[in-house]
Design a binder for this molecule. Sequence first.
Ligand SMILES: *Cc1c(COP(=O)(O)O)cnc(C)c1O
Length: 493
Amino acid sequence: MSQRNNSQIKLTETEFKTIGYGLVESLATFLEQMPKGKVTSGKTPNEVRALLDGGSFSNESKNSKKVVDDVFNLLSQESLFNGHPKFLGYITSSPAPLGVLSDLLASAMNPNVGAQILSPVATEIEKQTVRWLCEFIGVPTSFGGVLVSGGNMANFTAFLAARNFAAGGNYKKKGISGLAKPLVFYCSKSTHTWIDKAAVLFGHGTESVHWIEADEDNRIRLDLLAEAIEKDKRAGKQPAIAIGTAGDVSTGAIDDLEGLSNICKAHKLWFHVDGAYGAPAAILPELINEFSGLKKADSIAIDPHKWLYAPLEAGCTLVKNPNHLIDTFSSHPEYYNFSHNDDGKETNFFEYGLQNSRGFRALKVWIVLQQVGKEGYKELIRDDIDLAKYLYELAQAHPELEAMSHHLSITTCRYIPVDFDRNNPDGEKVLNALNETLLNALEKEGEVFLSNAVIHGKYCLRACVVNFRTSRKDIEEIIEIVVKRGVEIYKNM
Ligand SMILES: *Cc1c(COP(=O)(O)O)cnc(C)c1O
């Protein structure tokens, strides 16, 4: 084989430039135009499927530029654009444009960040990114950690480290069946679904999760937590982990982290904080009290692909004593010192989490952290919170809206027709159905994208502002759109 034919996959320098420049040009225009269009075309899965050429995987190669152009057209017309200024659904942020370019750079270099020998620079960049994330949320940089794909994985990774610690010496050999007492995990009823998934996947079962009531503001009831721990101890169980949430997904409420940490200390529990959404707000001096307990956590989950505006996917697990990660995920744990003084040892990230081969997801986080800086992030996050507050105030002042809650950058409210008979015994049922129909219509029509929350049994519209493109004008227009559609839907009910 003197001259290999690899022309099916290789691009010449000129082709790479032509296709690359063309794509960047299209994307630049797209980013400029996207905010002026709809959030989504609202097509059904069948309609979207029909847009893809239904044929099977082809035998022939296709022209590279044509493939990319066609796919760009499809995606730029039919996607749901979470970068749209009126996309305030779930917790999915606008990606930072520089993060988009960073992903291109990362995949061009394609380091395997599972082992330092395969990723000499990328591993150091990921380590620095982890330290900067610690600084960002105000915990000591002696915390260590690892980047993962998102919040669920960040929480799972921490959960496994905590479980390994709680289960003690024989766990790795004997597994769950070797436990002297069943482990119990505590969290409030507003904790994200990841904990249920973890309990099932990691062999403890859903009954190992002790759900504690939340108060009026959706914060865990510490009195009930302490009671539950005592009761489980008396019943011969081993209280193992307590989970606090810093920014719950429904309403943005932050648990009393100091209080939780005190209970954990008193009862020797691992204290985990799920800050997937809210932890970045710890950078704001005005929220110092809400987040003061964060540095007492044994582990923290944070999602750079949420409030730090990294493109999907980027989550991060931080652990106060990073040896717990190695102890859990390495088959040959060899403890070493995590101090700032570089001891010259390699960091092999495959020993810090579930993955073996790992991509360079740190790069987009690292680059955007540099671009924006601490003060820049303070301003962006503060503005998002102010916009959510503005939405709450407008809802409060509006005769046809009921403002329900506002914490961090999440506001909930519901539509109530002006002439609605509040004495109707079925009133709440009617309002729930009305607001659900309203939300579904809004999501399909694509002028604005919100999601829902159920607060004390009431179905609410929920807006989460993790969007640097959203303005006060968008918020004002969202109020108008919601009420206008609400009126129409109620008339036809
Ligand atoms: C978003 C979120 C999760 C899940 O994170 P993913 O990135 O979607 O996997 C878990 N917990 C909280 C509090 C969240 O906000």
